[in-house]
Write a protein that binds this ligand. Structure first.
Ligand code: GUN
Ligand code: ZN
Length: 433
């Protein structure tokens, strides 16, 4: 089954922040993306590819821009219920909003309905792959995997491990945490486009026995992901130091339990000593840069420059519900501001990288997704920079591609995502059946 799509097209072949932009970022004014059996078969200028199309069906998107599907490296699906809750910093916010809301997910029907809503919102925002926290309830992860499988999305997720410093109704224990994670892993990891992440919430909410059980599971399954939070908030960091007095740092706690390695994804990474940033880089672990959350909770500023220096894999995360939008556009716009506050910056090509290929590398998925190299899965977005009155006005006045793209990444939201394709097929439109 071959299909061709025609529009302006851009994608990243490398990190425009490191390689010269010319080789890392490719743009075609008028291009053809050729898809065969859900994978990219070719990408090139329309005048070169059109003559060879024969009777291949061609869909034309005049005035639109095609980019690879967005990748959200850190988000909590149950927290869609509490997005935009007022006034607290991390530990109080967890007590006041997150923990009460997460208790609803003991109900499998509620979890299934919310998983459907959440995934449809991701697709409406152009997110085709995500690394997702469920709740402590295995049925919440089960519901999320089932809903992602039905939709054909790429998803990494796991049941949360938490057995102390949280409400009793949200606590598991080391044995059940191991057993329930293993059952989910065996059922879903590698099924279709799904992957399992061992998901200790954060060091504060797990006993040493539970972290050891998580480490054992990780050792027994080197190809699964590990997903947790690291060094987000000063009060949290002090509490971790008290709870693990033997540790040399917050990251050291995870390392001692075998949770620092390739495919480990650490959300936030705001307040780390340089030595720990280097350890992340050497381990091949990833940092999820969650700027809307970090600003909303007043947590701090992510230092992208130091992460780059230490060769840490970095992708963007929305971190809803502490994050304030499921849109990677809104997330990139706040990433730019967070970097400006530190004398750094984020050109549009780099924002696109962090939302696509960079995030795919962070999740060790770049052999499957992230750009339009032939053979990769054809997840892509048709963007309409002129979807809003202001967007249309700004887009008309832009003189260069960099300017157009930057304005789109600064002003964009779900209205600018005209359609989302998963493996060459349009994803179910918002509100449909
Ligand atoms: N640290 C532990 N749990 C959470 C959570 O749910 N959200 C955020 N932002 N940080 C956390
Ligand atoms: Zn989070």
């Amino acid at each position: 089954m071959r299909q061709a799509f025609r529009a302006a097209i851009c994608h990243c072949l490398g990190d425009p922040g490191e390689d010269s932009t010319a080789s890392a970022f490719e743009f075609f004014d008028d291009a053809i993306l050729l898809v065969e059996d859900g994978r990219v078969a070719a990408l090139g200028p329309a005048d070169q590819l059109l003559p060879a199309l024969g009777d291949t069906p061609l869909t034309e998107f005049a005035g639109r821009l095609i980019v690879p599907g967005f990748v959200d490296c850190h988000v909590h699906f149950p927290q869609i219920d509490l997005i935009a809750s007022y006034g607290e910093q991390l530990l109080d916010w967890l007590e006041r909003y997150a923990y009460p809301a997460e208790q609803r997910f003991a109900d499998a029907d509620y979890a299934a309905a919310t998983a459907a809503l959440f995934l449809d919102e991701l697709l409406a925002n152009g997110t085709t792959t995500a690394c997702v926290f469920a709740t402590v309830h295995p049925q919440s992860a089960e519901a999320l995997f089932a809903a992602a499988h039905t939709r054909g999305m790429r998803l990494i997720a796991g049941k949360v491990l938490m057995d102390r410093n949280c409400p009793a109704r949200l606590q598991d224990d080391p044995a059940s945490a191991y057993r329930d994670s293993l059952a989910l892993l065996e059922r879903w990891h590698g099924k279709g486009r799904l992957g399992y992440a061992i998901t200790p919430r954060f060091a504060l909410s797990s006993s040493e026995e539970q972290l050891a059980a998580a480490g054992r599971l990780a050792r027994e399954h080197p190809d699964v992901w590990i997903h947790t939070h690291l060094a987000e908030n000063h009060r949290e960091i002090r509490a971790v130091a008290q709870q693990f007095p033997w540790s040399s740092s917050y990251l050291d706690v995870y390392e001692q339990f075998g949770l620092l390695r390739e495919r480990a994804v650490f959300a936030h990474c705001l307040h780390l000593a340089r030595e720990d940033v280097d350890r992340l880089g050497r381990a091949g672990a990833a940092a999820a840069f969650c700027p809307t959350s970090n600003l909303f909770l007043g947590s701090g500023l992510f230092d992208l420059r130091v992460m780059r220096e230490a060769a840490v894999r970095v992708g963007l995360g929305t971190d809803v519900g502490a994050g304030t939008s499921l849109s990677l556009f809104a997330t990139a716009a706040d990433a730019y501001k967070v970097l400006q506050l530190q004398g750094q910056s984020l050109p549009a090509a780099q924002a696109l990288y962090l939302a696509t290929l960079g995030a795919a590398r962070a999740l060790y998925l770049d052999t499957h997704i992230g750009n339009f190299v032939p053979g990769k899965e054809a997840d892509f977005l048709v963007l309409d920079p002129a979807a809003t009155t202001l967007g249309a006005h700004r887009d008309r006045l832009a003189e260069t591609l960099a300017e157009r793209l930057f304005a789109l990444f600064t002003l964009g939201d779900d209205r600018h995502v005209q359609s989302t394709f998963l493996q060459g097929k349009p994803a179910r439109p918002r509100g449909a059946g």
